[in-house]
Design a protein around this ligand. Structure first.
Ligand code: ADP
Ligand code: ZN
Length: 221
């Protein structure tokens, strides 16, 4: 099953994808996580990607698309993947369709997470990630804090703020790019009949975990 997580920054794509992955055994493929791992490992790909990521811009397709294409051929992906952070443009979506087509697969479900703008910014500012490069645990110091302040529950490493989450300009740039380049994907997938929109908001007491629970019911059918 090929599932795509769509939604602006801070809507909880990673949280929902993580729960779905844990419960179904389908791997979560987060392009942001792959980039961050490469950045901390100082690989060639990481050094190149960081030029764009630190300022809040998209990494060019010449780097991103082959990286995803390769990931789809891994053994653990033979029953599908949960894509988190890809595609982010119509061009990437078209390239993904081509790749999947060649593999005899297609996009089965696109989950579109929608959160009010003021909450989104709040959540990006209060987001913390584990500094251990092999652990990608993510926390929110207000909504989902670790048991011990500043320490990862899973591996005990210190938590840190992402560079692009601590820079207001990078935050704005990312939200702008989302509106301009990524939000057209909502219609793209709606037209294909695979879109499911889910509101995530503290105002209706519905968070990522609640959405994941409902999605699991559908997926398991
Ligand atoms: P966020 O959704 O908060 O921006 P991600 O972890 O998904 O965070 O991505 C971090 C950064 O990695 C993005 O700002 C962008 O620079 C880069 N990135 C991730 N996915 C893609 C993609 N599909 N295409 C281009 N750049 C990407
Ligand atoms: Zn950790």
């Amino acid at each position: 099953m090929i599932i795509i997580m769509l939604g602006a920054q801070g809507t909880g794509k990673g949280t929902v994808a993580g729960i779905l992955s844990k419960e179904t055994g389908i791997p979560q493929v987060s392009t942001g996580d792959i980039f961050r791992k490469n950045i901390s490992d100082k690989t060639e790909l990481g050094i190149k990607a960081n030029e764009y990521i630190s300022s809040g811009n998209l990494v060019p397709d010449e780097i991103t698309v082959p990286m995803v294409q390769d990931r789809l051929t891994w053994d653990d992906a033979k029953n599908g993947v949960i894509l988190d952070g890809f595609p982010r443009t119509i061009e990437q979506a078209e390239k993904l369709d081509e790749m999947l087509n060649k593999m005899g697969k297609k996009v089965d479900l696109v989950v579109n997470l929608v959160t009010p703008r003021d909450e989104i910014i709040d959540r990006m500012v209060t987001r913390r990630i584990c500094s251990n490069k092999d652990c990608k645990a993510s926390y929110n110091i207000k909504l989902d804090p670790p048991k011990v302040e500043g320490i990862c529950d899973k591996c005990g490493s210190p938590l840190k703020q992402r560079e692009d989450d601590s820079d207001p300009e990078a935050i704005n740039r990312r939200l702008e790019i989302y509106e301009e380049k990524t939000s057209p994907l909502v219609k793209y997938y709606e037209d294909k009949g695979v879109l499911r929109t889910e509101k995530v908001s503290i105002s209706i007491n519905r968070m990522g975990a609640d959405v994941a629970k409902d999605l699991l019911e559908i997926i398991k059918k």
